[in-house]
Design a protein around this ligand. Structure first.
Ligand SMILES: [Zn+2]
Length: 209
C-alpha cells in the first residue's frame, strides 16, 4: 500500500469511528524530508490518494497535489521539524476530549491506557486555528507525551506510525469519556504516581502490531 493510500485509510477510519465529524480534523505522515497531509475541506468519503498533498518540510512548499492543504499544515510541519521521532500525526475534534479542551482541563489518568500517551493529556493555550502561534503552543505543551489538547479546539495524537497515532487519538477520546463519566458520578479517581509509573513502564514496549 502506498503511503498516500495508508494516509487516506486512516483519515477515513477517523471519520467512520466518529473521531472526526464533517470535514474537521486532519492526518499526516512523514517520510524522509517530505510530509503527506490530507486536503482542506474535502469530505472523507470522497477522498482518494490523489487528493493527498506532498509538502517539503524544509521549505514548507507543496511539491505535489492540486488541492489546498489542511489549514493545520503549520502545526504538522512544526511538530515534525522539532520532534525527530514523530512520524505521524492525527488531529481530531473528538467530542469528549474536546470538552476537556474547551474547559481548559487536562484529561486525568483515570484509566491505565493513558500511559500510551503520558501521565495526563495536557492542554496547550488557545491560539487561532491554523496559526504559527498554535503550532508553537502545541509543540511546547506536547513535550515528550504522545498527545496534547488544543484549548477550545481539539486533539493532537502523534506516533512513529500512522497506526500508533490513530490508536492514541482513540485512546485520548476513550479516557476523556471515562473521566467525564467519573466526574458525573462525582468520583474521579486518578491513578497514583506509582501506579502510573508501572503503567508507563508497560507501555514502553507496547506496539499496535
Ligand atoms: Zn482542528
Amino acid at each position: 500500500m502506498s503511503i498516500q493510500n495508508e494516509l487516506v485509510k486512516i483519515a477515513k477510519q477517523c471519520y467512520d469511528t466518529g473521531l472526526t465529524v464533517g470535514t474537521s480534523g486532519n492526518v499526516s505522515v512523514k517520510e524522509g524530508n517530505m510530509m503527506y497531509i490530507t486536503p482542506s475541506a474535502l469530505p472523507y468519503n470522497e477522498m482518494t490518494e490523489e487528493d493527498v498533498l506532498e509538502v517539503d518540510l524544509t521549505t514548507g512548499e507543496v511539491v505535489k497535489g492540486y488541492r489546498k492543504p489542511s489549514s493545520e499544515t503549520p502545526m504538522h510541519t512544526s511538530i515534525y521539524l522539532q520532534k525527530e521521532n514523530i512520524k505521524a500525526i492525527v488531529h481530531t475534534h473528538s467530542t469528549y476530549a474536546t470538552i476537556f479542551a474547551c474547559a481548559h482541563k487536562a484529561i486525568p489518568p483515570v484509566h491505565y491506557t493513558i500511559a500510551d500517551i503520558g501521565r495526563e493529556v495536557a492542554v496547550a493555550p488557545y491560539a487561532r486555528y491554523g496559526s504559527e502561534q498554535l503550532a508553537k503552543y502545541a509543540v511546547e505543551t506536547l513535550g515528550d507525551a504522545n498527545g496534547v489538547l488544543l484549548a477550545n479546539h481539539g486533539v493532537v495524537a502523534v506516533g512513529s506510525t500512522l497506526a500508533d497515532a490513530y490508536r492514541r487519538a482513540e485512546t485520548i477520546e476513550e479516557v476523556a469519556l471515562l473521566a467525564y463519566g467519573s466526574n458525573t458520578l462525582q468520583s474521579v479517581n486518578p491513578l497514583t504516581d506509582e501506579e502510573l509509573d508501572e503503567a508507563l513502564e508497560g507501555f514502553k514496549t507496547y506496539t499496535s502490531n
